[in-house]
Write a protein that binds this ligand. Structure first.
Ligand SMILES: [Fe+2]
Ligand SMILES: [Fe+2]
Length: 150
C-alpha cells in the first residue's frame, strides 16, 4: 500500500465514507465498499495458493459484478450531476471514465488469465473508492447541500 491515501479496509465502511446527502448514492457507496472488501479478501486468499478452475470462476463472477455495479453507480451520479448543473461535472466524469478503463484493463487481464494477484490489485478498488468518494463525490454533496437538494 505504498503511496496510498486510504487506510486498510475496515470491517464496516460506514464511518469512512463521506455522506453525500443523497440516500441512494450513499447506499451505493456502501455497497461498493463492501465489494471492495470482498475483492481484497479474495485476492489476499489467492496470493497464498495456486489458482484452480473454481478460483477463476469466483474471480470472474465477482469482478463482473463489481464492474456492472460501478457502471450503474457512475451513471446514476452523472445523471444527477447533469440534472443539477454541478459545475465540476466534466472533470468528475473524466475521473469515472479513467477508472472504468483501468478496471476494463484488469478485466481483460483476468479474462486472459494473465493477472498477478498482488497487493496492488487488491487495493485498486478500495483506494479509488476511498479517495474518490471522500474527495470528489464529497464536492457534489456539498453543492447539492447548498442548493437544498437531497
Ligand atoms: Fe460515487
Ligand atoms: Fe463519482
Amino acid at each position: 500500500m505504498l503511496n496510498s491515501k486510504a487506510p486498510s479496509p475496515p470491517q464496516s465502511a460506514h464511518c469512512l465514507m463521506t455522506d453525500v446527502g443523497v440516500s441512494t448514492l450513499n447506499s451505493q457507496h456502501l455497497r461498493l465498499a463492501s465489494y471492495a472488501m470482498e475483492f481484497n479478501q479474495l485476492v489476499e486468499e489467492l496470493t497464498t495458493r495456486e489458482m484452480n478452475q473454481k478460483d477463476w470462476k469466483q474471480v470472474d463472477a465477482l469482478f463482473s459484478r463489481i464492474m456492472l455495479f460501478v457502471a450503474v453507480h457512475f451513471k446514476d451520479e452523472e445523471e444527477m450531476m447533469r440534472e443539477q448543473g454541478f459545475p465540476g461535472f466534466s472533470r468528475h466524469k473524466k475521473l469515472h471514465d479513467k477508472f472504468t478503463s483501468e478496471m476494463a484493463g484488469v478485466q481483460s487481464q483476468i479474462n486472459n488469465r494473465k493477472v498477478s494477484f498482488s497487493g496492488k490489485l487488491s487495493n485498486l478498488l478500495w483506494d479509488f473508492l476511498y479517495v474518490h468518494i471522500n474527495e470528489e463525490d464529497a464536492q457534489y454533496g456539498e453543492f447539492y447541500r447548498q442548493k437544498g437538494v437531497g
